[in-house]
Design a protein around this ligand. Structure first.
Ligand code: SAT
Ligand code: MN
Length: 580
């Protein structure tokens, strides 16, 4: 129940359409969380993991056809197709509603409907925005409890604001033929049916905090980005905050929680967020970031003491695992785990290597950020954190150097627009093919990319203090497929160079594609990287880059006349320099 009539009448209307047996308004209390867990243990939606080794940890196995986001079933319904752009699947709003409403009719019979008020961002921040998710999935409720600020406090703020994003979700019958995720940006609403997995179902995350928020951010003059936010503290106690955009499953969570190697004593990394950043200019022109989330939905495989100690520790208690394997002693298991062996695979079958991996490659943990030993004390600050550098990255075997710096904000926008990456298991589809993923927002930008780049470019008219822009690539390989750079904690050495550049303390080599580090300026103390590999990592192959810039140019032109002229000129001048 609520005093806000717009909310009450929407809830009544959804109930009339979906016909649940009961309606439960979520308060966000711990006892409510436990009640949901118990209900799911009773009906088999969850099982308890080893309570000595993994207290309060549970396993959920999703339907085997429902294991990742489904971009081909995700639509942005603006009245004009051009406003959604070639980067989105589009349907006219009326048609979109009609298509999905048929699936919602009476879909909650025999089920409870949960109403989840949530706040994306600190409850008292002017930068935060609220939403309400209606769902028939208690799994969604517990995940939203771990990942967002949800319940009574959020409801109070919603009643005060009077505006909220409407998210209507049902798991439906989990038939992939009757699965759809629809966004109606003009109405600030989302409808999703037929999936109980991750970004398809936890509507606060990609649907609200990226697709709808990016649209809203353009109207209101801010940015909603697929970026981690981390505070890098140097041995003298100075903290620089960076916002980094990499495609899904390219190591954002690992970088956000990085543990410095022993050879870099005195450094600390503080996590503000691992997936999404909302960026605003303050009254002085400083770009500031908040993390709209307050928990993590991270990729499990590969997590261990060495790759991500904080994550490894934080998932030993009060965590929900989805689609991992289980050992003989009922502990969760995944590829890359350093102890134990899988007895059952992610589908609950006796493990047999002939069936593939034990844990699903997109298996996930859900935990509250409070579990993270490196959680920044400023993550709840209403004013957010000041951003010193924006870093783009992709998964590229070839071409992209370890790190390079944009020559200007406009050049930085071009670098972001040209981000490309090999696809991962986070989306249904082929893994390992290179595709353009501008600003790592290809699946998440709620409007035409051309308009989105114009919006990015407009920031330089509003501030003369914008952060520097960089591009990194941890994934370069040699011809035998070996990685040239060790990655993980060692990536801090690259971040160190980035900070030095921001502070104007180190020089760089100018190339047509940007400023590259002098190999001597990357701290390689105790690092096992050959001089030859380091040289390859800090130089460009002119022929490959000519090819790349041509391909970036073609990609940009595919956006037609909405493409900002400034971006076209950036691309053309780099191309000309490479060709001369
Ligand atoms: O399933 S999610 O969209 O939440 C995860 C991801 O793709 O990053
Ligand atoms: Mn993500």
């Amino acid at each position: 129940m609520t005093t806000l009539s717009a909310l009450q009448s929407w809830v009544d209307q959804v109930a009339a359409q979906t016909q649940p047996d009961a309606i439960h308004w979520c308060t966000g209390s711990n006892s409510e969380y436990q009640q949901m867990i118990d209900k799911m243990l009773a009906d088999g939606t969850l099982t308890t993991l080893n309570p000595e080794k993994y207290p309060n940890c549970y396993l959920h196995r999703s339907d085997p056809s429902d294991v990742a986001r489904v971009e081909h079933l995700t639509f942005v319904c603006t009245s004009e197709q051009d406003d959604a752009g070639p980067n989105n699947h589009w349907m006219a709003p009326a048609a979109g509603h009609q298509r999905i409403d048929e699936l919602f009719d009476a879909c909650m019979q025999g089920r409870t409907m949960y109403v989840i008020p949530y706040c994306m961002g600190p409850i008292d921040s002017p930068y935060s925005r609220c939403g309400v998710e209606i769902t028939d999935s208690p799994y969604v409720v517990v995940n939203m409890k771990l990942m967002t600020r949800m319940g009574n406090d959020a409801l109070q703020r919603i009643e005060k604001d009077g505006v909220f994003v409407k998210g209507q979700h049902s798991t439906g019958d989990l038939d992939p033929e009757r699965r759809l995720i629809m966004h109606f940006p003009d109405e600030l609403s989302i409808k999703s049916i037929g999936s109980g997995y991750g970004g398809n179902a936890l509507l606060g995350k990609k649907c609200h905090a990226l697709r709808i928020a990016s649209f809203q951010a353009r109207q209101e003059g801010w940015l909603a980005e697929h970026m981690l936010i981390a505070g890098l503290e140097s041995p003298d106690g100075e903290i620089h905050y960076v916002a980094c955009a990499f495609p899904s499953a390219c190591g954002k969570t690992n970088l956000a929680m990085l543990i410095p190697p022993d050879s870099l004593p005195g450094w600390k990394v503080w996590t503000v967020g691992d997936d999404i950043a909302w960026l605003h200019l303050d009254e002085t022109g400083q770009l500031r970031a908040i993390n709209p989330e307050s928990g993590y939905f991270g990729v499990v495989p590969g997590t261990n003491e060495l790759t991500n100690k904080n994550a490894n520790d934080m998932i030993t208690h009060d965590a929900i695992f989805t689609n991992v394997a289980v050992t003989d002693d009922n502990s969760p298991w995944w590829e890359g785990k350093q102890d134990g062996a899988p007895a059952t695979d992610w589908q609950g079958r006796a493990f047999d290597a002939a069936n593939g991996k034990a844990a699903h490659p997109n298996s996930r943990f859900t935990v509250s950020a409070k579990n993270n030993a490196g959680y920044s004390t400023l993550a709840d600050a209403p004013e957010g954190v000041p951003i010193s550098a924006i870093v783009f990255g992709g998964r590229r075997k070839e071409l992209a150097p370890l790190v390079y710096e944009a020559k200007s904000w406009e050049h930085g926008v071009l670098i972001g627009a040209g981000v490309a990456s090999e696809t991962t298991a986070a989306n249904i589809g082929e893994v390992g093919v290179v595709r353009r993923d501008p600003m790592a927002m290809k699946p998440f930008c709620g409007y035409n990319f051309a308009d989105y780049w114009s919006h990015w470019l407009s920031f330089s008219e509003r501030s003369d203090k914008l952060p520097k822009v960089f591009h990194v690539n941890w994934f370069r390989q040699n011809s035998s497929g070996e990685f040239l750079w060790p990655g993980f904690g060692e990536n801090l050495r690259v971040m160190q160079w980035i900070i030095e550049r921001c502070e104007g303390r180190v020089g760089a080599n100018e190339t047509p594609v940007g400023y590259l580090p002098d190999p001597a300026d990357i701290d390689t103390t105790d690092l096992d990287v050959s001089a030859e590999n380091l040289a390859a990592l800090t130089s460009i192959d002119k022929g490959q880059w000519q090819e790349e810039m041509r391909s970036v140019g073609e990609y940009l032109e595919s956006f037609g006349e909405r493409l900002p002229e400034v971006l076209r000129r950036q691309q053309q001048s780099i191309q000309a320099e490479l060709d001369s």
